[in-house]
Write a protein that binds this ligand. Structure first.
Ligand SMILES: Nc1ncnc2c1ncn2[C@@H]1O[C@H](COP(=O)(O)OP(=O)(O)OP(=O)(O)O)[C@@H](O)[C@H]1O
Ligand SMILES: [Mg+2]
Length: 256
């Protein structure tokens, strides 16, 4: 089932952050990366798609109009992993993953909830964190726990806001693999916000470049990421070269 975003408008007070924003349909089974400068509106867009901000316009998953559902019903379909994770929570990681599971209406029994939470931790390679307190984790460990919280309900739409910003190289790669496998195995729409354009091009089938609340370009990585886009959107002088398996290499030479 595709995710469709049409004519989305989001305001904070009297400031319009996203104006009439529409996207090409985001395909189930694919990873889409959402990139753009600081303040472009990436987190705002993900939060609006998740139903965590008031917005006008329409968000649909297949025939289901997500924007017409209550927050709790919407949580059955969509999970959002925030860019900044809470860290003053005196619960174990396992308890927070169980709480994330129970945030949607389809309640499961306590024993089943624990099994599913442990399975989610296993999927992100973090069973060893289960009984540790969230407020005693390192930044990267907290991010991995956040990922388990996001996938535990097995949402059809998984929105990850800079999920690798605190991770070492190996864990970054593992999260990218997980995002791709999750999309494929769950026929899910996965959207991932990243600042590393090369990583974004590598992980995604489709890219959306956002600037000042507008879509500047969307398409395959080699269409979205060009020296012209890098100059116009990020104000840097860069070279983009093709490399193996249709990947691209981005080399940033200087600021413009
Ligand atoms: N709660 C808020 N109240 C008022 N304005 C906000 C709020 N959150 C974000 N904004 C504003 O909305 C704009 C978009 O912010 P957003 O967080 O979506 O950017 P972003 O693309 O995610 O940036 P970053 O890469 O820094 O995370 C910014 O100008 C920001 O100042
Ligand atoms: Mg953000």
């Amino acid at each position: 089932m595709n995710l469709t975003v049409e004519a989305l408008t989001v305001r904070y007070g009297d400031r319009t952050i996203l104006r009439d924003l529409s996207l090409q349909p985001l395909h189930a089974g694919h990873v889409t990366s959402l990139v753009g400068p600081n303040g472009a509106g990436k987190s705002t867009l993900l939060r609006a798609v998740a139903g965590l901000l008031p917005a006008t316009g329409q968000v649909r998953l297949g025939d289901v109009v997500l924007s017409g559902l209550s927050v709790a019903e919407r949580a059955r379909h969509v999970a959002y992993m925030p860019q900044t994770l809470p860290h003053d929570v005196a619960l174990t990681v396992l308890e927070t993953v169980i709480a994330a599971l129970e945030a949607s209406p389809s309640a499961v029994g306590a024993q089943r909830a624990e099994q599913r939470a442990l399975a989610a931790l296993e999927r992100v390679g973090a069973q060893y964190l289960a009984l540790k307190r969230l407020d005693r984790l390192s930044g990267g460990q907290r991010q991995i726990a956040g990922l388990a919280q996001a996938i535990v309900r097995e949402p059809r739409v998984l929105l990850l806001d800079e999920p690798t910003s605190a991770l070492d190289l190996r864990h970054q790669l593992e999260v990218f693999r997980l995002a791709q496998a999750y999309a494929r195995d769950n026929a899910a729409v996965v959207v991932i916000v990243l600042h590393d354009l090369q990583a974004a091009a590598r992980v995604s089938d489709h890219m959306v470049v956002l600037t000042q609340g507008r879509v500047r370009v969307e398409g395959a990585p080699n269409v979205a990421i060009t020296p012209t886009t890098l100059a116009d959107v990020w104000q840097v002088r860069a070279r983009v070269e093709p490399c193996q398996q249709g990947q691209i290499q981005v080399m940033v030479d200087d600021v413009l």
